[in-house]
Design a protein around this ligand. Sequence first.
Ligand SMILES: [Mn+2]
Length: 327
Amino acid sequence: MKISEDQRILLFHHWDTDGIASAALVLRELRSENIKTFTPAIGNYMIDEKDRKRIKTIDPSEIIIVDMALPKDSIDFLKKFGKVRIFDHHIQKKHDVELHVNPIIEGASPSEYPSATWVITDHFHRRPDLLTLLGAFGDREEKLKENEAAMKTVGEVLSELGSEFDQVLKCAERIDTLYKTGDRDRITEMPFHLKDIEEPIDILGIEDLKKNEQDLKKAISEEVDGPLDEIDEDILHREMSSPYNIISTVTRRIAWSREDKKVVVSNSGFQPENCQIYIRGPLDNSKAIIEDMKKRGYSAGGKSDVVGMVIPEEDKEEVLQDIFKIL
Ligand SMILES: [Mn+2]
């Protein structure tokens, strides 16, 4: 990349495996030694006041954003410091910046670019390697197998590595333990570590990731086996205070064995002032719930059978009672 060595670079990346592997790929393209990796507060798809202060302290002269579709006002904030370059595969508007590489918004199909690592590998004419695969395995998991074109590349890289699909998937899962344990410092360290890694075994040997995996497994099964409040015949509620970002897995597991019930899970332990809420089951009004929560100013999203949201802790009781009513 044409960025001179004396620049102070802010490398802004998503907290998941694709974001971390994308940042590692970009590090391989940079000559500068003065690079600060940065991920926003986990769950924040924008730059909030606290993060703005942090970035002001870093005072970068060039900004590179990977695997994250930031809103315009966050981009405008970054543009005040220097040139902004973006490499991404999310649906978003094209930003007026130095470079915005996103084949999806140019009309390419998401199956051609299953991850940001794919976009970056392609842009820099790199030979696809473990890092390229990691991003796609992290974002698509088992579903990647349905993508014929991508699987051709996957097959080639796997055979070069002497590895298998499940081994690389395991690597992606291990890296994703970092945002599930909320370890933001380790997330921003990891691209520097991955930059020099070529084989899956080098990732599977990282001790703290192994420990994270065990801790998360234990925490998830404890939460899944914990007490359930029966709100009525159809609705079950599980109240958690877990320091881990495991609510989506916990909700899915609880709902699996109770297919006829609507399962509501809340967790007040992951972020100090916020409560996460997940709903899963035979929902007939998930869209209406999401719209309602957005109207209240909360961050909410989901699909036909699942809804997720983050709300201020102080609103929890009121929101839960309303959800039970709407369901
Ligand atoms: Mn991604």
